[in-house]
Write a protein that binds this ligand. Structure first.
Ligand SMILES: C[S@@+](CC[C@H](N)C(=O)[O-])C[C@H]1O[C@@H](n2cnc3c(N)ncnc32)[C@H](O)[C@@H]1O
Length: 222
């Protein structure tokens, strides 16, 4: 679990976790990219999984945007889940939180119609990214949608240089796929179809990309 030495907490070092919300708010244009992520989710969502929910900011926004949907947040770090629990209580928002790993999702197959993940995949090695995408594909219903926001291929040289800050903090091994723009291919490899980058946002730390894909349903499969 999160005691794994290769596990990267929200801001790399545990003692920085309590600063996560202000740092992300100031450095990633968080409101804008999370709004774009939510807008990329199809209407009529019933059960949404937030993979690597961290301090719960996105889960709260999801529940506000889709009040009739059940929202479940999962994260591997109990410390960050404590912060999320406090925020949910203060916001009086009903979201279920669970401790668990993205690559070993503790849910039944085909039990969600939507899954999202924000700023989590750059914490994973390529192998863990593959396993997490396979697990997300498994828990989605046929026809279900996955929206992934994370650092993507930089818009330009300035964005590439800005991203070096994130790489120095979170490591070059786990962030390399992001810079190469490999996340959509990894999504396709896991079985998602109609994968595309639906938005990209310039931030002071680099380019945040929002990718969307769908699990094939019997009606859409070739
Ligand atoms: C940078 S934070 C992002 C939090 C939140 N999604 C957001 O957008 O603000 C990354 C989060 O992913 C979690 N995480 C990293 N690897 C994970 C894994 N393999 N399984 C579950 N959670 C993971 C970390 O504990 C952390 O809370």
């Amino acid at each position: 679990m999160s005691s794994n030495p290769r596990y990267i907490p929200a801001l790399r070092f545990r003692w920085l976790t309590r600063l996560y919300d202000p740092v992300v708010r100031l450095s990633t244009r968080e409101r804008e990219f999370k709004r774009l992520l939510i807008e990329a989710i199809p209407m009529g969502s019933r059960r949404i999984l937030d993979v690597g929910c961290g301090t719960g900011t996105l889960a709260i926004l999801l529940k506000e945007h889709f009040p009739n949907a059940e929202v479940v947040g999962l994260d591997g770090d109990p410390q960050v889940l404590d912060i999320a629990r406090r925020k949910l209580r203060a916001a009086r928002v009903d979201v279920a939180l669970m401790e668990g790993m993205a690559q070993e999702l503790p849910f039944d197959s085909e039990s969600f119609d939507r899954a999202v993940s924000s700023l989590v995949f750059h914490h994973m090695t390529t192998d863990v990214k593959r396993r997490a995408l396979a697990a997300i594909h498994r828990v989605l219903e046929p026809g279900g949608t996955f929206v992934l926001a994370d650092w993507g291929r930089p818009h330009n040289v300035g964005m590439r240089l800005a991203f070096l800050g994130v790489q120095l903090l979170d490591g070059f091994e786990t962030t390399g796929d992001n810079v190469r723009g490999a996340l959509p291919d990894l999504m396709r490899e896991a079985g998602f179809e109609d994968v595309s980058e639906v938005h990209r946002v310039m931030t002071i730390l680099g380019t945040v990309s929002i990718y969307r894909g769908r699990k094939p349903s019997p009606h859409t499969a070739a």
